[in-house]
Design a protein around this ligand. Structure first.
Ligand SMILES: [Zn+2]
Length: 196
């Protein structure tokens, strides 16, 4: 197992739709092990394979008291409830923004051995499932923000040390100071260090 560099905003792989996994051999197991180790090194809540440059539909997560991996994930939204809270991304280090997501989702997929899995999640686990599945479709959380918040987040990205330097992969995204982007009436919200 090894920690691998995380691709940062600006790397085209983050805008790529990953392919369904069809080979459940040892290479998939090694990929998942590397993803766990890399997520843990950065204290992430989740990590998608595209974030380490691998175009396969796999993500790992560790949040809300749950830890796991899902291969070929597909989720459906349950009900109309939404949740709004701080969200971040290991591929966009140092930026946290208020993001609205479905409150409850049901996810299906398989594990590394191809065994089907299916569960319903809420709160941060539901948020992670949506965030990571988006990654596998080449979608970043910036695209899920309200327009005014997105503007602020994009400004923070442009002003970030790593983006200004043209850096597109990092061994230590946690090294960057956090900028919290939110609507003025949310000023009292406390940003947490949640990054996926
Ligand atoms: Zn992310």
């Amino acid at each position: 197992m090894s920690v691998v560099p995380i691709r940062l905003f600006g790397d085209p792989v983050l805008r790529t739709r990953a392919a369904e996994v069809t080979d459940f051999g040892p290479e998939l197991g090694r990929l998942i092990d590397d993803m766990f180790e890399t997520m843990d090194r950065h204290n992430g809540a989740g990590l998608a394979a595209t974030q380490i440059g691998v175009e396969s539909r796999v993500f790992v997560f560790n949040c809300g008291g749950m830890r796991g991996h899902i291969v070929n994930p597909v989720f459906t939204v349950e009900g109309d409830d939404t949740q709004t809270g701080p969200e971040g991304c290991l591929s966009i280090p140092g930026i946290q923004a208020s993001c609205t997501r479905a409150a409850v989702v049901t996810v299906s997929g398989v594990n590394r051995d191809g065994v089907p899995l299916h569960f319903t999640a809420e709160d941060i686990v539901a948020r992670a499932i949506q965030h990571e599945t988006d990654h596998l479709d080449g979608v970043l959380f910036l695209q899920r923000l309200e327009p005014t918040i997105r503007k602020g987040a994009m400004r923070a990205v442009r002003e970030s040390e790593w983006f200004a330097a043209g850096v597109t992969s990092s061994d230590d995204p946690g090294a960057y100071p956090t900028t919290w982007v939110h609507e003025p009436d949310e000023a009292g919200m406390t940003p947490s260090r949640v990054a996926e």
